[in-house]
Design a protein around this ligand. Structure first.
Ligand code: AAO
Length: 512
């Protein structure tokens, strides 16, 4: 009896850690600021056929609309209410996207903002995405409705009302994050409103949530909200499935609040991962690829089964959040592809791929003056669609890293090697490394300033394999380089340090 009880408890907590991706697909892509109509099309025409497991979408709730600066991307992190019209589209378009993505086995994860509403200086009026009236000064959000009773200000003890010191956990959780009106999640009323919002989305068919700003909420309050969540819609998910929860907590070490406080609620974003990987690939501070032999928990990262990992995110690719200059992004394409290749080949964590838009970077004293710029838009501020070029890339300023051959093929690699152990490590004690995943896949990387010429144990069965970095397997031939694996699994690799992409990857399904 006791055993059954504990098993049930365990099942409950495990539920929220499982992304519930389908068809052995393993990675999530963040289609940052995409319109719902474009995501729906992308699920059908690209994500499902190329093995993506799910999409993190931008916040779907009603948000403030700002003119100074003009329509910044971050206006969507300032909720006005929980109606479902946003810069990405209407509620009908949202439902259509969820349905169409689910129908092709691609999950939708919602970026949920339950810590706060808009900034205290957000003004009064109807400048919100559904046109609802609000008054930030009076803390009135009639569509929810929230009033001044529902905010934390009484509890916050700083002079400014804002978080001033990240070493004081009371400030971090009871005061305003960059002046955003801080909801009193200890109140049953606020818990029920936020849970209702999330339940509406669950009932519409989403698979889970990226929960924003979790460091700024008490884990106990969050538990009270999550305990009210419905199981997933049985039209697409097994009976009794719990929503996947991954929490944004920035913990690079050295602060009072730690990621581990949130493990019991779901997975947590591992920000050390991208910061360290960027440092290693840039070869800063004497770091080398050969040190990645014990990458993962060996580097002081959180437990594998708690982590969501990524090379960059929508904040730190433009200097917000944490990670600083080490973070690799599409702007550093060559190193970025290597970092993505490494992440996707390595077994640690649930992997998230970033898909960005271009903006006019303009650095003054190391700070990008245009870090606020929103997605490609028409003069009226509405977001542009994502056009697809004949060569499968995206147009109009949409970067679509997830469509880059090297990244897309490594997403497939990760699916092919899913469940296989980290194996056959090799390094030259410098910046040339190789490793495999059991007998299903093998990667080789050269980030030294000289050529690589080695014969290695791949663990793969003998045969001819297409390198999926320089090309694809196309029927019975390779469009890029090919690798001969001999008896005993040995293969020769030559990688020039001048190669466009100085790394190679082969796997069981790239065999001719
Ligand atoms: C905008 C304006 C503000 C204005 C506000 C209200 O920029 O000037 O006051 O509106 O009118 C996004 C944007 C914000 C924007 C906001 C609302 O990034 O610029 O504010 O929308 O429109 C903290 C949080 C973390 C948060 C991150 C940006 O802990 O949760 O700041 N990320 C999420 C979202 C993000 C969003 C929000 C939250 C708000 O992903 O897009 O903001 O919904 C330390 C702390 C971190 C802290 C950072 C940055 O990090 O540890 O917890 O993140 O500071 O403040 C080293 C340290 C590292 C440290 C870092 C930076 O690397 O090791 O720990 O330095 O100091």
């Amino acid at each position: 009896m006791k055993l059954v009880f504990f098993a049930a408890l365990l099942g409950l907590s495990l539920g929220q850690h499982d992304p519930l991706t389908k068809h052995n697909r393993t990675s999530i892509v963040h289609l940052f600021e995409w319109r719902w109509a474009d995501i729906a099309a992308e699920c059908e025409r690209y994500l499902a056929p190329n093995g993506y497991g799910g999409v993190q979408i931008s916040p779907p709730n009603e948000h403030i609309i700002l003119s100074e600066p003009w329509r910044p991307w971050w206006q969507r992190y300032q909720p006005i209410g929980y109606s479902l019209c946003s810069r990405s589209g209407s509620q009908a378009e949202l439902q259509d996207m969820i349905t169409r993505c689910n129908n092709v086995g691609v999950n939708i994860y919602v970026d949920a903002i339950i810590n706060h509403m808009c900034g205290a200086g957000g003004g009064e009026g109807t400048h919100s995405s559904c046109g609802s009236y609000f008054n930030a000064g009076k803390k009135e959000f009639p569509t929810v409705p929230y009033s001044s009773w529902d905010f934390n200000d009484g509890k916050c003890k700083t002079g400014s009302g804002n978080i001033e010191n990240y070493d004081d956990i009371y400030q971090v959780r009871d005061c305003r994050l960059v002046s955003l009106l801080d909801l009193a999640l200890e109140k049953d009323y606020v818990r029920s409103k936020t849970a209702n919002y999330m339940n509406t989305l669950i009932d519409m068919g989403v698979a889970g949530f990226r929960v924003d700003a979790c460091k700024h909420m008490w884990p106990g309050d969050m538990k009270a909200v999550f305990d009210r969540l419905h199981n997933l819609n049985t039209k697409w998910f097994a009976n009794g499935s719990k929503p996947f929860i991954f929490q944004e907590v920035i913990d690079l070490g050295g602060e009072a609040i730690q990621s581990s406080e949130y493990f019991f609620l779901g997975r947590v974003t591992e920000f050390k991962y991208g910061a360290k990987l960027g440092t290693v690939l840039r070869r800063w501070h004497g770091e080398k690829l050969s040190y990645l032999r014990n990458w993962g928990e060996g580097w002081g990262f959180m437990p594998n089964d708690k982590a969501v990992v990524f090379v960059d995110n929508h904040d730190n690719q433009r200097g917000h959040g944490a990670g600083g200059a080490a973070i690799l992004t599409f702007w550093d394409a060559r190193l970025y592809k290597m970092a993505m290749g490494l992440m996707l080949a390595h077994p640690y964590g649930v992997t998230r791929v970033m898909s960005s838009f271009r903006w006019d970077r303009h650095f003054v004293d190391g700070k990008d003056q245009n870090d606020w710029m929103g997605p490609p838009s028409f003069p009226d501020g509405s977001t542009k669609p994502v056009p697809i070029n004949p060569d499968t890339t995206c147009g109009d300023g949409w970067v679509c890293e997830h469509r880059w051959r090297q990244i897309r093929n490594m997403v497939i690699f990760r699916n092919v090697v899913n469940g296989q152990p980290f194996s056959n490590w090799w390094d030259n004690q410098s910046n040339q490394i190789a490793f495999g995943r059991g007998n299903r896949g093998f990667v080789v990387i050269n980030n030294d300033d000289w050529n690589m010429d080695v014969t290695l144990n791949t663990g793969l069965s003998p045969g001819t394999y297409c390198d999926v970095i320089s090309g694809d397997k196309d029927g019975s031939r390779c469009t890029g380089r090919q690798i001969q694996v001999g008896g005993g699994g040995r293969a020769h690799f030559h990688i020039s340090n001048m190669a466009e992409d100085p790394f190679m990857a082969i796997h069981a399904e790239s065999k001719l």
